[in-house]
Design a protein around this ligand. Structure first.
Ligand code: CDP
Ligand code: MG
Length: 134
């Protein structure tokens, strides 16, 4: 079964919409395999977002993701990666349609509620990074 690594970001925890987000996945018949709450430290944040290390938004992204607790989730199901990404909507919350998670709850292109893996390769790397080998 395909797996996606999801991070419910600090703004979403602050807005008390953890349950709402998880309910949207379950309604699409996706399964919550693993779930934990944690505060991501700078080192882990940089590792997770290493593909963006040379981008101009990197520093604000790291500040944001380490600013408060997050919920880290492994979501599984048929086509889980694509399904999760389409429930989330595009990166820029302002361009995301109503009915998507970012369209309904996001603030802008940085403060955008949630992360979802973009491919099988990044999903397995990210699951290993946050949950270890098993
Ligand atoms: O999260 P997603 O895969 O949609 O976007 P990304 O291009 O992989 O960027 C990772 C994260 O960096 C985004 O979710 C935003 O929080 C942040 N970002 C930003 O602050 N400014 C941008 N121009 C692009 C992304
Ligand atoms: Mg991405």
């Amino acid at each position: 079964m395909e797996k996606s690594l999801v991070i419910i970001k600090p703004d979403a925890v602050g807005k008390k919409i953890i349950g709402e987000i998880i309910a949207r996945f379950e309604k699409e018949d996706l399964t919550i395999e693993k779930l934990k709450m944690a505060r991501i430290d700078r080192k882990l944040a940089c590792e997770h977002y290493c593909e963006h290390k040379d981008k101009n938004f990197f520093e604000s992204l790291i500040k944001y993701i380490t600013s408060d607790r997050v919920v880290i989730v492994v979501v599984s199901g048929e086509d889980a990666i694509k399904k999760v990404r389409s429930l989330i909507g595009p990166t820029d919350s302002k361009k995301a349609e109503k009915g998507t998670i970012r369209g309904d709850f996001g603030t802008d292109i940085t403060i955008n509620v949630i992360h979802g893996s973009d491919s099988v390769k990044s999903s397995s790397r990210e699951i290993k990074l946050f949950f270890g080998q098993n």
